[in-house]
Design a protein around this ligand. Structure first.
Ligand code: HEC
Length: 143
């Protein structure tokens, strides 16, 4: 009998995702096609920045780290077109702002401290925000 409870718990754990298969738990955000393109374009810039930051951090080129991170900092928030800003829910904007603040901090500390390990810790925290938001939202087009 003692073995039964873990088996039952395992079966439940396996059944839950099956029951939800086909359902997308992410909240849909409805955007016009150009706004969607703007958001996705910014996302791809994030990946490019991460790619450069990792490469530069390994090379201990902290000036290059700062140059790659800086444009994805608060400057990117200011670049967000007004119609996109209007269309995005508050929770999305908040998570987005936090992620941009993280890149701002990576740029600042890369210059001020020049410590590759610190940069990696910051980047690791930043990519957790990517994951958190990707779990929460998806974009659908209005047309
Ligand atoms: C505030 C929310 C949010 C944050 C933060 C966020 N993303 Fe996204 N990202 C999204 C949404 C929503 C999509 C569209 C997903 C969908 O519709 O299936 C997306 C899509 C993407 C795509 C696909 C782009 C394309 O052309 O299709 C990439 C790549 C991406 N994100 C990378 C990142 C990276 C890297 C980070 C962190 C540095 C990040 N994102 C942070 C919400 C976010």
């Amino acid at each position: 009998m003692r073995g039964m409870i873990p088996v039952a718990a395992l079966a439940t754990a396996l059944l839950v995702p099956v029951a939800q298969a086909g359902e997308d738990p992410r909240q849909p955000i409805e955007l016009e096609a150009p706004q969607r393109a703007a958001v996705l374009g910014e996302m791809r810039q994030f990946v490019e920045a991460i790619d450069t930051i990792l490469d530069a951090t390994l090379a201990e080129d902290m000036e290059r780290v700062a140059r790659a991170a800086k444009p994805m900092g608060m400057a990117a928030v200011r670049r967000t077109p007004e119609p996109v800003r209007q269309a995005l829910p508050g929770g999305f904007m908040q998570m987005g702002r936090g992620t941009h603040q993280a890149f701002e901090a990576i740029a600042r500390d890369a210059e001020a401290l020049g410590d590759p390990r610190h940069t990696l810790e910051q980047l690791s925290r930043a990519t957790s925000s990517c994951v958190a938001c990707h779990r929460s939202y998806r974009i659908v087009t209005a047309d």
